[in-house]
Write a new protein. Sequence first.
Length: 266
Amino acid sequence: MKDKKVLIISSEVVPYLPQTEQAINSFQIPKKINEHGGQTRIFMPRYGLINERRHQLHEVIRLSGMNLVVNDLDMPLIIKVASIPKERMQVYFIDNDEYFKRRGLLHDSKGDCYNDNDERMIFFTKGVVETVKKLNWSPDIIHLHGWFTALFPLYLQTYYKDEPLFSESKIISSIYGPDFETPFAKNFFEKVAFDKIDKSQLEELKTANYEALISLAIKHSDGLILSAENVPAEVVEEVENSKKPHLNFNDSTNEEVYIDFYSNKI
């Protein structure tokens, strides 16, 4: 792993958010990579409930200021950064008042997904990629955590396919259990198609529920990790049938296994 660059992208990371399975993994895995001589950068949304003063977030002016187009609307991108104390790990926060100022993460007070999660996913995807381009940091591995990152493999292989910075990057998707039932709005498909992505690549988004988003990630990833015990059986079967390198849940609980997976399986 020495000097291997690993980009970690997640909707949840401790210590900035509560200790869910995903948030803990999104901290522990890059920590282990660093211990083995690798280089990491972590990206997550800057939700309104994150205490900027306590965690010492500050805006990076040279990275902020661009507008990202989401469904024909220009949305300003703000980049903030913080360091996890004692761990030599830098975390970049994708921010936009319209999408991330609210205190909820991906669900409202009733537990339902926010109506604009589709646009938030598109904005987050483009925001991370454009920021990494500005950093001129070419990752060997891009490790995605959770369904909110499901568009990254698709966009990297279509919308950003001619971007040399990612030409050698391998994409790994960590799959967690479902936490919503109601499918996204049907115009999710049209919002992604607006980015001139061939509609034949977007069939899953016509019924954009949890299974469809995960299926989209599986299709376009190079490696897969079953990172929770409650992943539906049909998703587990799809991972196994994909014939792509993968880790089952029991293996994924040992961070040392990731080092071998990165180095020898991907």
